[in-house]
Design a binder for this molecule. Structure first.
Ligand code: ZN
Ligand code: FE
Length: 255
């Protein structure tokens, strides 16, 4: 399946994305932290977006929407559960729904935790998923509204995706996430080497997002509460995965 995926740095550390169906030329914008860099990315390619997919209501994911819509009157897609605090939606969706972009189909899943009603869009034919502030590169979003158990539930849904899924998350937080990850998973050779790659990339000003799900599975402590090494470090050899996840999230909050 032909497609193009473009990553657009916005604000100080946010990312927006463009997904284009290579067959029909239809384009979706995923999250709109600010309009200017997104408009520039569209104009430089001569692309006209027909849809905007919103992951959650936080300002750093929606604030650029009015200016984007002023330039391109696209259909706005977001969570039904969050319709009361999202910008006006043309299509309100819930887990299990699909969104069609040309020949591509996005599956909507509820990934509550960072906020209640946060959704992710998984596009199997484009081997990518837009996870914003749920699953992030080497981390997961802070729990502003949900419980650790809810976020762990969301993580388990995302762990079902294929290994070669490109995880398009919402922020460039990977360097600080790596410092924390090493405190709970210090013996993980894959994490140690990823951390040094991240340091090198950031020193050159290169993004570390998006990332591959296979890499996250091997190195992201928030996907690895079952790992014996992490459990040994935390002194929780027999706890449930959900309890280990909660402890990792608590330590990150206090890091
Ligand atoms: Zn957020
Ligand atoms: Fe955010």
């Amino acid at each position: 399946m032909a497609y193009e995926l473009i990553t657009i740095p916005c604000l100080s550390d946010n990312y927006a994305y463009l997904l284009r169906c290579g067959t029909t030329g239809e384009v979706a914008v995923i999250d709109v932290p600010e309009a200017r860099p997104i408009l520039a990315a569209l104009e430089s390619r001569g692309w006209t977006p027909t849809q905007v997919w919103l992951t959650h209501h936080h300002y750093d994911h929606v604030d650029g929407l009015p200016d984007l819509l002023a330039a391109y009157p696209a259909q706005v897609v977001g969570a039904q559960a969050d319709a009361h605090r999202l910008p006006p939606l043309d299509l309100a969706v819930a887990e299990g729904d699909t969104v069609t972009l040309g020949n591509l189909t996005a599956e909507v899943i509820d990934v509550s935790g960072h906020t209640i009603g946060h959704i992710a869009f998984h596009v199997p034919a484009a081997k990518c998923a837009f996870t914003a502030d749920s699953l992030m590169a080497l981390g997961c979003g802070r729990l502003f509204e949900g419980t650790p158990a809810q976020m762990w539930d969301s993580m388990q849904k995302m762990l079902k995706w294929p290994d070669d899924t490109t995880i398009c998350s919402g922020h460039e937080y990977t360097a600080s996430n790596a410092k924390f990850a090493l405190t709970v998973d210090p013996g993980n050779a894959a994490l140690i080497s990823r951390a040094s790659e991240i340091t090198a990339a950031r020193a050159k000003g290169e993004p570390t997002v998006p990332s591959q799900l296979s890499t996250e599975r091997a190195t992201n402590p928030f996907l690895r509460p079952a790992d014996p090494g992490i459990r040994a470090t935390l002194g929780m050899p027999t706890a449930s995965d959900a309890d280990v996840f909660a402890e990792i999230r608590k330590r990150k909050d206090n890091f």
